[in-house]
Design a protein around this ligand. Structure first.
Ligand SMILES: [Zn+2]
Length: 157
């Protein structure tokens, strides 16, 4: 079992073995990779750089690891942004329904806020899940430098 160990974070160095897209009308993308898992130590404060090695090709991959407090702050900000988007969504939706349901007198056009509320709804609908997904995946580890076809994947404890 992967129990969280304080002061450390799990990451995987991903080596993309192949990335093929087949088919003409319906495209199927098949990616194969090999992950090398590491448990890296977090710095007491700020951020530090760790060097990891890909087990598939022995390439060096540089990653930056943030301290626990900084990571938690970013996660909190991302969640707050997601919550804010939901709030905007609710308010803009309520407004749009209210304005859209009105019958306007002859010659009077909808207030300028109406199209803005529609745009706000569309943006919030896209942004809310993005921020939320990002907050779940954010572990405070980011890729600094790696050869082509390599990446750092977050590993959830
Ligand atoms: Zn590799």
């Amino acid at each position: 079992m992967n129990r969280p160990i304080p002061g450390t974070v799990q990451v995987a160095v991903r080596h993309i073995l192949s990335d093929n897209t087949t088919g003409v009308l319906t495209k199927t993308r098949s990616i194969t990779w090999r992950d090398t898992r590491y448990r890296v130590r977090r710095p007491a404060s700020g951020k530090h750089t760790v060097q990891l090695t890909c087990s598939a090709c022995e390439a060096a991959v540089l990653a930056e690891v943030r301290d626990e407090a900084g990571t938690r702050r970013t996660t909190t900000v991302l969640r707050a942004l997601a919550a804010l988007c939901v709030l905007v969504l609710v308010v803009a939706f309520g407004y749009a329904v209210h304005e859209g349901g009105k019958t306007l007198p002859e010659g009077q056009s909808s207030p300028v806020l109406f199209p803005i509320s529609i745009i706000a709804i569309a943006l919030a609908l896209i942004a809310a899940p993005l921020f939320f997904a990002k907050s779940l995946r954010y572990t405070g580890v980011s890729l600094l430098n790696a050869p082509k076809l390599h990446g750092i994947m977050p590993v959830r404890n």
